[in-house]
Design a protein. Structure first.
Length: 318
């Protein structure tokens, strides 16, 4: 039986402190919140259509091991799917379109976001935030760690495709991240893995890490982004390895950090530099193939830069 719920100045479906419930096959429209679970665990939200909510489409507050699967969530004014303080939840196989943010996890560990289609968000596609604004009475330690973002299609969102803020040891793997304003970004996160993603045709940088340490960017296809393909700003001991970085404005840019490694990448056909290193201390550039860029490799105001590899067919300086 399919229920239609619409027009209420509250949640269309609201579960308070309930566990192991199933919400399936409902149509929820034009309410304040579409589906809301407050302090509930091991619930299933499956096969619902949730649209035109005043706030969030699906919201889980302080819930663990819930499953949000196979829903169509669209045109909600805030977040399509919002988990606010929750661990080990699964968000899988949903179509999330034309919301404020697509999927937002705020303060959560070991959640999985897999196989979703997320597009046309007014803000970001997927956000993982371990950041907590200081508030009187809060004693919680901010965390956004060990989450997995796997095999999602993330396209045409107005801000970031994937944005991780103050999260550590997260895995971003096998996603298609295209035609967003920014592709994948990590802000003050450490030991994250960005592996085997296709990051293409974004309006600014393809992959951007700011003030992050010991992150690994491996095996990605980074192509046709309007600014930098891969950009690490003020980060230490990061590894950029085995990526194909081509047809961006600039290939790989590393600046103001220490002991970063750029190894085994194919960097070609970028409009300015293949690899640009600025104000670095200790950079290891090993076995990269840098070819057919306007310029090959440029190093400025840096010390202890070690280079091996091929620089061929670039139009300007080596």
């Amino acid at each position: 039986m399919r229920n239609e719920l619409r027009g209420a100045e509250c949640a269309g479906i609201d579960i308070n402190r309930g566990n192991e419930n199933t919400i399936q096959g409902n149509e929820v429209k034009e309410v304040s919140w579409g589906i809301n679970i407050n302090r509930g665990n091991e619930n299933t939200i499956q096969g619902n259509e949730v649209k035109n909510s005043k706030y969030d489409g699906i919201q889980i507050y302080k819930g663990n091991k819930n499953t949000v699967e196979g829903n169509e969530v669209r045109e909600n004014k805030q977040d399509g799917i919002f988990i606010n303080i929750g661990n080990e939840n699964t968000i899988e196989g949903n179509k999330v379109k034309e919301n404020g943010n697509g999927i937002f996890i705020n303060i959560g560990n070991e959640n999985t976001v897999e196989g979703n289609e997320i597009r046309d968000s007014k803000k970001n596609g997927i956000v993982i935030s371990g950041f907590l604004e200081p508030m009187d009475g809060w004693t919680m330690t901010p965390k956004g760690n060990e989450n997995k973002i796997l095999r999602n299609e993330i396209r045409e969102n107005k801000e970031y495709g994937i944005y991780i803020r103050e999260g550590n040891e997260n895995t971003v793997e096998g996603n298609e991240v295209r035609e967003n304003d920014m592709g994948i970004s990590i802000n003050e996160g450490n030991e994250n893995k960005i592996h085997w993603n296709e990051v293409r045709e974004n309006g600014e940088d393809g992959i951007y890490i700011y003030k992050g340490n010991e992150n690994k960017i491996f095996g990605n296809g980074v192509r046709g982004n309007k600014w930098k393909g891969i950009y690490i700003d003020k980060g230490n001991e990061n590894t950029v390895e085995g990526n194909e970085v081509r047809e961006n404005k600039e290939g790989i840019n590393i600046r103001e950090g220490n002991e970063n490694t750029v190894e085994g990448n194919e960097v070609r056909e970028n409009k300015t530099y293949g690899i640009f290193v600025n104000e670095e201390r200790g950079v290891f550039m090993n076995e990269n193939k840098v070819s057919m860029n306007k310029r090959g490799v440029l190093v400025e105001e840096s010390a202890r830069v070690y280079f091996t590899g091929d620089i061929t067919g670039n139009k300007g300086d080596g």
